[in-house]
Design a protein around this ligand. Structure first.
Ligand SMILES: [Zn+2]
Length: 104
């Protein structure tokens, strides 16, 4: 289905991303009247939920591995940094229909 299927199968990050995009396409095919924005919001909600689930710190308060995610605020900061990096590196970050703000 996806042009990325072969490359993605090697790497869990690419595989999960490709599967999520596939799921969004499947959901839209199943219900063509659905709003793609709603599907995307749902995928994002699930992705964030899963990400936070995996970032729960362990029981050791001195754990160095968990230090960067040892509070809700730190997890939010890490999440937002990751979201920004992923958005900027997306092929869809810029659109040809983007409004360009003129400079004074
Ligand atoms: Zn830990």
């Amino acid at each position: 289905m996806s042009i990325h299927d072969n490359e993605a199968s090697e790497n869990p990050i690419d595989l999960a991303a490709a599967r999520l995009v596939e799921l969004g396409n499947q959901l839209l095919e199943q219900d063509p009247k659905a709003d793609p924005w709603d599907i995307a919001d749902g995928l994002l909600a699930g992705a964030i939920h899963y990400w936070l689930y995996t970032r729960q710190p362990c029981e050791d308060p001195m754990c160095e591995d968990c230090a960067p995610i040892s509070s809700a605020e730190l997890r939010m900061q890490a999440l937002l940094e990751q979201v920004e990096q992923m958005a900027v590196s997306s092929d869809y970050y810029h659109s040809s229909n983007d409004l360009t703000i003129g400079r004074a």
